[in-house]
Design a protein around this ligand. Structure first.
Ligand SMILES: [Cu+2]
Length: 284
């Protein structure tokens, strides 16, 4: 029994250490060196994902330890050496009912929070603003349909010398998607030519951007800052180089940014789009 006690102590210590290190090494809005768990959560949905994940992890650890203990007991007590004359025991109804019913109960207990989380993710609440993200080969284009006619491209900063001090290499972009803090943002995604996927780990969102079809997800960032994500669907040669950067700012900063964006990236709808221009050429 002393061995079990020591094993339990070691397991508890490891868990505690991991939980502590978790905080230290979990990047805020970006991956960090020696990170061993999720990036720090910045939305209620991600909070729930982390909670669900942690709950599952402890459930799995408990089950694995229980099975380990049973195996050790079997190996010690029921080996050939300690049982020269083998017992002829076969069935045990109570035991068989228990090992069927208990796992079912555990699975149902896991299913309840799992479905609750799915509903939370898939039911977009009334949104304060909408952002449309178009996945292109290989960058993102953002529109703010309820904030005027402007549109801008967001490309990875390729030249290391041009990175701002706070921008991580391979994640920093020239024009970040900007949203206000504590506001429900509906994200519409679409692919321009192939399937991309819009994913930001700290927000707990990941949704495909499919050509010819609008997909929808949402997030409500509760802290200001810059949160990074990446395209998460193999989309071609520069799939790894079309990062997503979301800058969460105060309401005033957002209003100022919108005014600026309207001037800087005004879209002229009277000019033919590339597609319309191409059609005209073929018609001729
Ligand atoms: Cu992509």
């Amino acid at each position: 029994m002393l061995v079990f006690k020591r094993l339990t102590a070691v397991a508890v210590t490891i868990c505690a250490l991991m939980a502590g290190l978790d905080r230290v090494f979990a990047g805020d809005g970006r991956p960090s060196d020696w990170q061993i768990n999720f990036q720090q959560s910045a939305t209620p949905v991600m909070d729930d994902i982390v909670r669900f994940h942690t709950g599952l992890l402890y459930t799995i650890i408990a089950i694995a330890l229980f099975v380990l203990v049973l195996l050790v007991i079997v190996m010690v007590r029921f080996n050939a050496r300690s049982n020269p004359t083998p017992s002829r025991t076969t069935h045990n109804t109570m035991l068989e009912v228990a090992w069927t019913v208990i796992p079912v109960v555990i699975l149902v207990a896991i299913a309840v929070p799992s479905f609750r989380l799915l509903f939370l993710q898939l039911n977009t609440p009334t949104a304060d603003l909408t952002v449309k993200a178009t996945g292109k080969q290989w960058y993102w284009t953002y529109n703010y349909p309820d904030h005027g006619k402007f549109e801008f491209d967001s490309l990875m900063v390729r030249d290391k010398a041009k990175l701002r001090a706070d921008q991580p290499r391979l994640l920093g972009v020239d024009n970040e998607m900007v949203v206000p803090v504590n506001k429900t943002v509906r994200v519409l995604t679409i692919g321009a030519e192939v399937i991309h996927a819009f994913a930001v780990p700290s927000f707990g969102i990941k949704i495909d951007a499919i050509p010819g079809r609008i997909n929808e997800t949402w997030f409500k960032a509760t802290r200001e800052g810059i949160y990074y994500g990446q395209c998460s669907e193999l989309c071609g040669k520069d799939h790894a180089f079309m990062p997503i950067a979301v800058r969460v700012v105060s309401d005033q900063a957002f209003a100022t940014w919108v005014d600026e964006a309207k001037r800087k990236w005004a879209r002229d709808d009277s000019a033919p789009t590339n597609f319309a221009a191409a059609e005209q050429t073929t018609a001729r």
